[in-house]
Design a protein around this ligand. Sequence first.
Ligand code: C5P
Length: 319
Amino acid sequence: KSVVQRLWQGSASVDMLSPRLQKAVKDYMSTNKHGVSYRGRRSARVSKKRLLCEMKRKVKVMTVDGEELPFSSLGWQKIVPPLPLERLYGKGFRSCAVVTSAGAILHSGLGKEIDSHDAVLRFNSAPTKGYERDVGNKTTIRIINSQILANPNHQFNSSSLYKNVTLVAWDPAPYAVNLHKWYRNPDYNLFTPYMKYRKQFPAQPFYILHPKFIWQLWDMIQANTLENIQPNPPSSGFIGILLMMWLCEEVDVYEYIPSLRQTDLCHYHERYYDAACTLGAYHPLLYEKILIQRVKSGSNSDLWGKGKVTLPGFRNIHC
Ligand code: C5P
């Protein structure tokens, strides 16, 4: 059986990856770039209900609010948006779609279905123009990693991809979160472009996720996995899924757990092939996906045909 078939059954493991990907995973383990040290439990036996409760209890959306040093001394209370992200949409959305950038979404014809949701989340530089039939054209929130802000190729300041949406940026800080160190030495410098953009477009909601949120997600994945997961932050996809579980009553996720269209094509909008994009090398992506597979609802025909899984919003989880 292929890794993806195993994933559909919820029983995939890193030993099933190609030798090249297994080696990449091992190298990331020994490098441990972010200084991760985990002493919590490891279990894969928690029930779906308890797992959802644990997610709701342990993972709280947090953004940089300018109240903590060094941001407070740099005047960030006036730089960040006045409303916190958790309150931006009032009572939140009923139905939401999370659209991953996987190549497998090509030829899906899912565009109309995706756009019928009250809010749509997309990632990084994934376009809609030219791909409407398969991915739709509505974007409510875009999660962007720090490379998008730091790398001039993305034309972050001028590209229409980043206009008329809520932006949520993130960058991996050290595991023992120290905001001073992070500010001095982010993975990619997102702070300067963030300040510049906020001053230029103050009316556009634009947040930076607090690194504590990122590592809470990581801890939760590790706590529910027997193997040691990669000591690197979860993928933007997983971050976005959990964010939408806070903002929405119901979340449909597209092509995160791959459909029968599964392919090594990394992104639907680029001609670059690498199985790592779907199965992970740097990010603990395979483990993230096993976890989502354990808590999802939705039929197998939606999964195989559309790459769609449905997750409850946390407001509908009563613990
Ligand atoms: O590559 P990028 O991070 O921009 O893609 C957005 C998210 O979509 C990823 O973080 C990952 O969770 C998901 N993805 C995937 N399979 C792919 C490409 C992306 O699951 N082939």
